[in-house]
Design a protein around this ligand. Sequence first.
Ligand code: GAR
Length: 209
Amino acid sequence: MGAKKINLAVLLSGGGRTLQNIIDRVGEGKLDAKVVVVISSREDAYGLVRAKKAGIETHVVPHKLYKGDDAGSFSQEINKILSGYPIDLIVMAGFMHLFKADERYKGRVMNIHPALIPSFCGKGCYGHHVHQAVLNYGAKVSGVTVHFADDVYDHGPIILQAAVAVKDDDTPDTLAARVFAEECKLYPRAIQLFAEGRLEIKGRRVYIK
Ligand code: GAR
């Protein structure tokens, strides 16, 4: 630790446990970062309550108002809000939509996905659906992926992955709980590596310096 603190914008759609984990790690001095703004795609997301309790500014861009939006105006609205803050890194934390970041944020948007990309990912494969799909397929291993986001769902260069064994008696909930425990370790680690300037993107590969 001890690197210069970077400013984070967090995008979320739901409960905000991922946001809470980041807030808690920052509070413990284990992450050289500060969450300066939270943007939610739903006005009823509990993540907004968590953000307000932590004194973080919040905005809502309701995705339901942008159904069938091919022009990317949902993303543009988010980009407009982001431009009002000095953001170093955009962190997607349970954000359930495609976000097309402005060019100026290229290589500065991270996402976490609760499976081993390129398996069990893509449009419609999020949250609980991921773990159900893993069990339906009979996979023996699942896990967590943290990656830089680009303009395709769950596609950009991979930063860190961790595997989680699937147990015979797993339900989507029990698997999700073990995967989430790994998420809580991996996302802060990836953000800290970024804060320390140790992530180098070359094509699809991310090198840790
Ligand atoms: C997390 O497990 C995250 O990995 C997953 O949603 C959950 C969000 O929980 N994200 C995706 O599936 C994105 N494709 P939270 O809202 O309580 O932070």
